[in-house]
Design a protein. Structure first.
Length: 319
């Protein structure tokens, strides 16, 4: 047997062994050429995308990679970046024949002796089950948050009624006074203007309370982020909880850092966390005995730490 024949048999044996190993891997494996076209896939890749080997061969891999927006995520720039290393654990979505499949992609390269890119090896791990569990967890968390929010709203209902009822009563008295002045011919333009301004202020106060109550009561799974100011969360919480504090003779001390920068967060979530913290402090006073002359006090404070971190703290003297 010539040396050439032996080398060929050895090469075939190595190839067969490699294919056997690749076929035994559950995850999808793609071999791409330097242009990003598929040269080989294992059975795991065919099961993942529900395409046959014949349908996948020579196709550009980027045609199967999709972003959440539904537009294909081009691979050209990624191929260029792969020249310098390995990309690992890239969460993406592959477009199969019948469905979109969430995956974790790993990329590695095979180069020749001159460091020229020969092949790109792509492995794709199906994370559909993980995504399903994550979505279920988010749903349960959203339900739990909504329940907590509604329970807190119920506890604050007396205060909310007071916040609305008091300006309504004042509004009625102002209107009756204005009617009396007009009927008796004692109202001049200046008095009417002053009374109207006071009426507007009262209606704005009611509207302000209603807006906060409506926002806080929303049962939504919206977790969108936006630029917020933590000081606004303090104002929102105070509007909803001030009456409860007054009835319990608890002083609310607010220390705002007026130079605090904006941060990226969910306003509703921050408001709810703050209200929960204040309610915890309120409950703490039910289980403690205050010394004579000591006032119950809850302090809410915002501050910026080294221009990198924002701090929102709630402290009390319940001991």
């Amino acid at each position: 047997m010539t040396e050439a024949v032996q080398n060929e048999q050895s090469r075939i044996k190595d190839y067969t062994t490699t294919v056997t190993i690749l076929e035994s891997i559950e995850d999808a494996v793609f071999f791409l050429n330097d242009a990003g076209n598929i040269q080989y896939t294992n059975s795991g890749a065919q099961r993942l995308l529900n395409y046959s080997m014949r349908e996948l061969l020579s196709k550009c891999f980027d045609s199967f990679v999709y972003e959440e927006s539904g537009h294909p995520q081009k691979l050209n720039g990624l191929i260029e970046n792969l020249q310098s290393g390995i990309f690992e654990n890239i969460e993406s979505t592959l477009k199969g024949k019948d469905e979109l499949v969430p995956v974790i992609l790993n990329f590695s390269t095979v180069k020749d002796q001159n460091e020229k890119l020969n092949y790109i090896i792509v492995t794709a791990k199906n994370i559909s089950q993980r995504k399903l569990l994550e979505n279920k967890l988010k749903e349960q968390q959203a339900i739990s948050i909504s329940k907590d929010r509604m329970r807190a709203l119920g506890e604050m209902s007396v205060g909310i009624i007071h916040e609305i009822g008091q300006p309504l009563a004042t509004l009625r008295l102002r209107i009756e006074l204005l009617q009396s002045l007009v009927m008796n011919g004692k109202a001049d333009k200046l008095q009417i203007n002053d009374q109207c301004n006071e009426l507007l202020n009262l209606t704005q106060r009611i509207s302000h309370t209603m807006d906060h109550m409506r926002t806080f009561a929303q049962q939504t799974e919206n977790d969108s982020l936006g630029l917020i100011n933590l000081n606004d969360s303090i104002d929102n919480a105070k509007t909803l909880i001030q009456y409860e504090l007054d009835t319990r003779n608890i002083e609310l001390c607010i220390e705002k850092d007026k130079q605090i920068p904006f941060c990226i967060a969910n306003q509703l979530s921050i408001d709810q966390v703050l209200i929960n913290l204040i309610n915890n402090s309120v409950d703490a006073f039910d289980n403690c005995t205050m010394d004579n002359g000591t006032e119950k006090r809850i302090t809410v404070k915002t501050s910026a730490k080294n221009l990198k971190w924002l701090e929102l703290s709630v402290t009390d003297n319940a001991g």
